[in-house]
Design a protein. Structure first.
Length: 246
């Protein structure tokens, strides 16, 4: 078991958003979390990643057997938890290459792996950029600076490919993508699937799940997971919407 969330409650500014989440994720599986706006999907991602401003009021979350909620965000990342943002941030003055070199160095240090030589790092970076069809010129550009929406999403999948996390939490990776960008992002996610890692996809729509087939689909509604099923549940939601859950 990679991630186990039990009766998780969380609040923002004193307002309860998560109202008792139970979720178990095993290595090798892809889980999709669907739900209407305001249901708590992004809050769940933020709480698991340790984003400031979210107060856990009850419940527990363990990651690879360790108490996730006791770890600061950087420790969670070193342990192998990765979060792609719904709205990726821009970082002026820091190139993609420098950003990834620092992040990968910390990850490998924590794993007690030898650091890559400059040539090994560049070779790996080119390989992973090709995976998401990014031109190598993006390596020298500021992180997400001047990137289109699709380029920002691809850049996050590139970051995931470089870090090889044990658990990738992807918050609406299909948001704002045209069909070509969606295909590229989905192909990158599929290429990174392995028996030793898992992914948690947060999405509104079934269209992403036509490319990345989930093992489990969970419906998050008013702060709780109210239904769990297979990929056919996503199709039902596409057909009927969320009103039938009320």
């Amino acid at each position: 078991m990679l991630l186990q969330v039990v009766n998780l409650h969380a609040a923002v500014d004193g307002r309860e958003i998560l109202k008792g989440i139970d979720l178990t994720v095993s290595a090798g599986n892809v889980h999709a979390i669907m739900g209407p706006n305001g249901s708590g999907k992004s809050t769940l991602a933020a709480v698991l990643a340790g984003k400031p401003g979210y107060e856990v009021t009850q419940g527990s979350a363990t990651f690879a057997g360790k108490n996730l909620l006791d770890m600061p965000p950087e420790a969670r990342a070193r342990e192998g938890l990765f979060l792609s943002f719904q709205h990726p941030v821009e970082i002026a003055g820091v190139s993609n290459a420098s950003f990834m070199k620092a992040a990968l160095s910390e990850r490998r240090k924590h794993q007690e792996l030898p650091q890559l030589s400059p040539s090994e790092f560049l070779q790996l970076m080119r390989q992973k950029m090709a995976l998401v069809e990014m031109d190598s010129a993006f390596a020298s550009r500021g992180v997400n600076m001047g990137f289109s929406g699709g380029e920002k999403k691809r850049n996050e999948i590139f970051q995931m490919a470089m870090l090889e996390p044990a658990l990738a939490i992807l918050d609406e990776p299909d948001s704002g993508l045209d069909i070509d960008a969606l295909r590229i992002v989905a192909n990158g996610i599929n290429a990174l699937k392995s028996k030793d890692s898992a992914a948690l996809l947060i999405t509104h729509y079934q269209r992403l799940l036509g490319y990345v087939v989930p093992d489990f689909v969970h419906v998050l509604y008013q702060g709780k997971i109210v239904k769990t099923g297979g990929k056919e549940l996503a199709l039902k939601l596409e057909e009927k919407g969320y009103d039938w859950l009320k």
